[in-house]
Design a protein around this ligand. Structure first.
Ligand SMILES: C[S@@+](CC[C@H](N)C(=O)[O-])C[C@H]1O[C@@H](n2cnc3c(N)ncnc32)[C@H](O)[C@@H]1O
Length: 256
């Protein structure tokens, strides 16, 4: 099928480099890329000028996004950040091996980029540290900062959301990984109060966790009044009603 043209290339991102302190692509990374693939035709029509990843790790996600968009010859620009210098080095090598140009910055979320990128990011992808942990593990040195998310796994997520809101363009989209423990419905309600609609693109349960890949976009028609009255379960039910359910580990042959 035409829609499958080139997709295997995306699934075949080669891990040309690694480091013991850099997060290796895992179920969450695969689910995020699968969400981008599921939304591929919208992404191609979106014509993003600037795409950004916060917390790029190995570079698997930003490289996949670039390959998805490259299929139609889009001239997008890419920027990625990570707080871990080793991650930025590994991402540089992953991008290079796939012929993708991107600007890479070692920073905390997008610190120092607020002015330069305000309102310019058309697509943002984030697989944040989301695992509930003691607060003092958040931002710890090395690999721990890849997953340590503090109370309810929300410490880093709650710092990323206002930054995303500031950097996204008017037509900007945010794709973010969350875990059930992060209370994704509450995140959606919070974003909705700021004028963002949301949709779960993929929900996937693995042996260890239940992941949701949520897409946010500015919805100028969003009714902000009365949102707080919606029960979490009602709102989640609404979101989930739109989602194809996946309930397995990644299977390269069937998911792509
Ligand atoms: C779960 S890993 C995801 C890595 C990669 N995006 C993927 O999906 O495979 C989270 C990444 O966020 C980075 N990170 C954690 N806290 C950060 C912060 N405050 N600012 C920027 N990056 C951060 C970690 O170093 C790690 O590379």
């Amino acid at each position: 099928m035409a829609s499958h043209k080139g997709l295997s290339r995306t699934a075949q991102i080669r891990l040309v480099s690694s480091h013991e302190e850099v997060y290796e692509p895992c179920d969450d990374s695969f689910a995020l890329v699968d969400a981008l693939l599921a939304d591929r035709s919208n992404l191609l029509e979106h014509h993003p000028k600037l795409c950004m990843e916060i917390g790029c790790g190995s570079g698997y996600v930003i490289t996949s996004l670039a390959l998805i968009l490259r299929q139609e010859g889009h001239g997008s620009n890419y920027i990625a950040t990570d707080i871990n210098p080793h991650a930025v080095k590994v991402t540089t090598e992953t991008l290079k091996a796939h012929g993708v140009d991107a600007e890479l910055i070692i920073t905390d979320i997008a610190s120092g980029l607020e002015k330069r990128l305000a309102g310019l990011v058309d697509v943002m992808v984030v697989n944040p540290p989301y695992v509930p942990t003691p607060e003092d593990e958040v931002g710890a040195e090395g690999i721990t900062s890849s997953w340590a998310g503090g109370e309810n796994g929300r410490s880093v997520i709650d710092r990323i959301l206002p930054v995303a809101e500031h950097l996204l363009s008017e037509k900007g989209w945010l794709y973010m990984v969350t875990l059930t423990a992060n209370n994704p419905s509450e995140i959606c309600v919070q974003m909705r109060k700021k004028g963002y609609a949301s949709k779960i693109i993929i929900q996937r349960s693995t042996e260890e966790e239940s992941l949701h890949i949520i897409k946010f976009w500015r919805d100028f028609d969003t009714e902000v009044d009365g949102i707080a009255d919606q029960s979490d379960s009602g709102f989640m039910g609404y979101l989930l009603a739109q989602v194809p359910l996946f309930s397995s580990r990644r299977d390269n042959s069937s998911n792509n």
